[in-house]
Every structure is written in C-alpha cells, then in structure tokens.
Design a protein. Structure first.
Length: 569
C-alpha cells in the first residue's frame, strides 16, 4: 500500500508540505501497520488533509475548489440526482452547454468519472475538494448521511412521515386540489423532516421579492437552506395552512395553528404562525418534540456547586421559585427538568401551560384554552382544589395569576414559574410593578434564577484556542484563572455543519432569598440594591458563570459575550 501513494508522496515533497527525511522516517511504521505513508502522515498531523487535496489536484492538473465558500443554485444541483451524488460522493459546481463540472476528492478515480459520464449523458469536468468539504456539501444540499433518523427519511416519497390532516381542516377552502398535489406534499414533508434531523427548533419560510427563502434555527442561530422555487410558494403555503387548520382563503390577517407529525415513530408538534408580508405570507413553525425531553440537571449546564444549590431549592416543601430570561433562553426546559427531577409517586404535580410543550409521565398537565374561558387564573384556581404538592405555571402574566400563585405558595405548595426579566433581582421589581404587595413577594419567594443559552463547542472538531486581549478584557478574566484554562473552539466539521458548535447549555445566576434580602424587598428598594446584596451573598452573574465554562473549554468567549451583553457587573 505504501507504493500505491508514492506519486502523491513525491508531489507533497515537491510542494514543500513535507520533507523527504520525514517520509523515510515514517515509511517503516506505515509498512508495519499496513497503511499508506500519506494516511499515516495525516493521522500523525505531519500534513493536513488540505495538503493532500492540493497534491492530488496538482498531479492531475485540476483546480481545487472550496465548496463551503460556494453558493450552489438549484439549477446546478439538479444536474446530479441525490442518489448519484451520494453514491459517488460528488457535488456539481457548474453547469454549462451540456457539460457538468463536479467536485470530488480523488481525481484518480477514473471508474467514478466514467460512470458519471455514462449516467449523466454529458461531458464531465473535474475539480478537487477535500473529503470533509464534499461530505459537508452533500449534507447541506442533499441531506445528511444515513443514521437512526435520516434512514427513516431517506426517501420521503415512501410515506415514512405522517402528517395527518386535522378534522375540518381547510373546510370550505377547496383544499382538495392541494391535498391531491403529491409532489408538494412530499416537499413540505421533507422540509419538516430535514429540520427535525438537523435538531432545528424553528422553520422559517419567508417570501422575498424574487425568491422563497427557507431558514432553520439550529442551536439558536438561523441557517439558510436550499430554497424551493419561487413558483411553488403559494402551493407550499396553502399546504401548510390546510394542515394547521387555517383558512387558505384568508391572506390579510395573521393566523395561528398546529400540525402534529409522526416522524420515525416519534410524535412531534409544530406550532405554526402565519403573518402577511409584502411579498406573501411568512410562516414560522416551532418544532416541539413532545417525547424528546429527558434532560437531567447536569445536561442543562449546571456545575456541581450550582447544581447542589438548585437541587436543595427544588426540594423545598413550599414557596416560589422563578426562572427569568428573554424568550428562547430555555426557561421552560429548565422547569421541565426540575419537575422530572422531583417527580415521585408520593408527590402530585400539576402544570398549567400555554401550550403544553412536552409530555411528562406521571404529571397532570393542563392546556390553557382562552376560547372556552380556560385561562391561567381559572385553571390555577381549580387545580388548587386538586390538592397538588407542586404547581408549575408556564408564565406569571398578570396580577390575578401572580396573587393566586403566591397564595398557593403560602399555603404549603411549591410553585415554579417564569418571568421575562433580564436578571434575577429584577424579578422582584417586576412582581411589585404588576401589583403584588411587597410583603407577599418577600415572604413567598425562595429563589430567583436568571439564565441564557450559549452554544457548546463541537466535541468532534474542538481544537485549542487562545482568546484575544480584547476578549479577555471584555470578560474581565482574572489572570490567575488563565494558568489552568482549557480554551477551545470548533474548527468546523460535517457533524456541526461547519459552525464549530453543536448543542447548547445554560449560564445561570442564582439569587437565594435570605432574611436580609426579604427585608430589602419589603422596603421596596430598587433592583440595583438587591443585586448588590445578592453579590455580597456570593451570587455569580451570568457572565461570571459563562467565564467558568469558557475556562473549562465548553464554549467560547464570543458566545458568552453575545449572550450576556446586558450584564454590566
């Protein structure tokens, strides 16, 4: 096998990527291991995969292309069907007058080039790209390689995805024409399944003046995907409106709906919002995996000390625990994880939510339905007669709900809920602002926790990293902390779609209310005074907790700075 890549070794030496002495030193080891010298040099990081790609291209006089920097159009991608691109590991990059230019990783693979000439009935021109670049492009433009989920979605035409039509959906809207349009149904199903496979939380379908843009929100960041043709915009929107029980004849006002889809035996919910815009209706679908939430407290991002504090708080017999933060900061997920942690046969737990986002076994979950008068406050009053031990409110929205929740906490119930405030101490001010008496807030509140979500460095492509002086200064890092820091960042791989991040976790600030803090609340002091007291008690700010996780190599300074931009301490 060593002789097989001798030509490549010579080119690598000629190009200056490696010396002849290095090659000869590694050749015996390669022969013993039965691998090529080039493969061994890559494994030992003597050379980079990009150097091998450059050498292959130089030998065959081919041009090297960077697929990650190219924007491939639908017209070009349609030149090679999905199954051919996947089988032969090639990506079309140009199409001109009957010839197709393709990128592949090995220009010496004449069998593949001959097969493509035969299958595509045209002249093939070759460009060279790295294997990682090819893999990432195939995932991006043709869908990811098969795994537990994507095997189920490989051929969307075989009906693996079931999106049942809701009773009465589209009644009177002449939806039969869309229902019968099988290609549109398959296309819409594929959009949903691809988003689920990529772990997206939202699907954004946005009509623009000359195109119909599709974006997925993955780990909190929008990623643009291959867009369907503009001519299919009306059909796609109509299909989604029918499935979510909206009127397809109404284009002037916003509408909301819901789709239930069974993907690979898992039931997912999609909350659908339709908003009229200048160039058509914009649809955003929020994906809720009703069976997918099985997070323990460590998975949320708690370090051991914070986890111990939090476990003690959620084990209390009564009082209110509030989780604060903006929309999309993971508050609901944290509350569900709390319920999962304390869910035992000797405790009765009831939740009031709008909507019920995840199903938890052994817990009574109530869905708010304002159209029939089932409001937060009415549901909360009724559930107290059910003698629960633990109550979870999706959100404290008004004085009536807050008053009932506080009274429940004072009569022996443990109450979890959320508020929209920027930091933990501001939750006290918010409750007083909506009309709750300060003495009630002081006597009922056990702890306040603010949180944000930051992206996690991809484990597969993580490399050591040295932050800049600006980043260190912005984060106000203690020089003593830097000695044992493990700064890391992701360089980008197919597993993380070249972003360098995969998954998210929380950064937290926990304010435990003590007697001194209760006295300050009763005196209606500003939140800045409460924050000072919390800091005296040892409360870490969001940014300080983020810095701990940067030092542990879990995330990057950019992420923490972005998520805690309002944290001025």
């Amino acid at each position: 096998m060593a002789e097989k890549d001798d030509y490549l070794v010579e080119i690598l030496v000629d190009l200056g990527f490696v010396t002849a002495e290095q090659v000869e030193a590694l050749r015996p080891e390669a022969q013993t291991a039965g691998v090529g010298v080039v493969d061994l040099m890559v494994a030992n990081k003597v050379i980079r995969p990009a150097d091998v790609t450059q050498a292959k291209a130089a030998h065959f006089g081919a041009e090297v292309v960077s697929l990650s920097e190219m924007r491939l159009t639908d017209d070009v991608l349609s030149a090679i069907p999905r199954h051919i691109a996947k089988k032969y590991r090639v990506v079309p990059v140009f199409k001109h007058d009957g010839s197709i230019t393709v990128a592949l990783s090995d220009p010496s693979d004449l069998d593949t080039i001959d097969s493509l000439n035969h299958l595509l009935h045209g002249q093939i021109e070759v460009r060279v790209a790295s294997e990682q670049d090819i893999e990432a492009a195939l995932n991006k433009y043709y869908g990811a390689a098969q795994d537990g989920v994507s095997k189920m979605i490989q051929d969307i035409t075989e009906g693996e995805v079931e999106i049942p039509r809701l009773p009465g959906a589209g009644a009177g809207d002449d939806g039969a024409a869309v229902e019968a349009d099988a290609p549109i149904i398959k296309l819409v199903n594929s959009l949903i399944v691809e988003a689920f496979k990529m772990r997206a939380s939202d699907i954004h379908l946005e009509p623009l003046s000359k195109r119909f843009r599709v974006r997925y929100r993955v780990d909190g960041v929008l990623q643009e995907m291959k867009s369907p043709p503009k001519r299919l915009q009306a059909s796609i929107l109509s299909r989604l409106k029918i499935q979510s029980n909206m009127s397809i004849s109404e284009h002037r006002i916003p509408q909301d709906g819901r789709i239930q889809a069974q993907v690979g035996g898992k039931m997912i919910d999609l909350r659908v919002s339709c908003l009229p815009t200048n160039h058509g209706e914009s649809i955003v679908m929020r994906i809720l995996d009703k069976e997918g939430l099985r997070l323990g407290l460590p998975e949320l991002g708690f370090f051991t000390d914070d986890q111990q504090t939090f476990e003690r708080l959620i084990g209390l017999p009564d009082g209110i625990l509030l989780v604060t933060g903006p929309t999309g900061s993971g508050k609901t997920t944290t509350l569900y994880s709390c319920l999962h942690f304390i869910n035992r046969p000797d405790r009765k737990i009831i939740t009031v939510e709008d909507p019920v986002e995840y199903q938890l076994a052994g817990i009574n979950q109530v869905q708010v339905n304002e159209t029939v008068g089932l409001t937060f406050s009415l549901a909360l009053r009724s559930m107290l007669r059910q003698a629960p031990n633990v109550i979870m409110l999706g959100e404290i929205r008004d004085l009536e709900t807050a008053t009932i929740a506080i009274n429940a906490s004072l009569t022996g119930h443990l109450v979890f809920s959320t508020l929209h405030t920027n930091d933990a101490p501001s939750a006290v001010t918010r409750l007083i602002d909506i009309g709750v008496k300060p003495f009630l807030v002081a006597s009922s509140t056990r702890a306040l926790m603010a949180q944000r979500l930051v992206r996690k460095v991809c484990k597969r492509c993580a490399i050591p990293y040295q932050p800049s002086e600006v980043e260190l200064r912005t984060l106000n890092m203690d020089p003593n902390q830097l000695a044992e820091a493990k700064f890391q960042q992701g360089k980008g791989c197919a597993d993380c779609s070249q972003t360098g991040y995969r998954g998210r976790f929380g950064v937290f600030e926990i304010f435990v209310i003590d007697d001194e803090a209760r006295k300050l609340i009763y005196e209606k002091v500003p939140s800045s005074v409460l924050r000072t007291r919390a800091r005296e008690m040892g409360m870490r700010t969001l940014r300080e907790d983020g810095v701990r996780k940067i030092l542990a190599g879990l995330t990057t300074p950019d992420e923490v700075i972005r998520a805690t931009v309002g944290d001025v301490d």
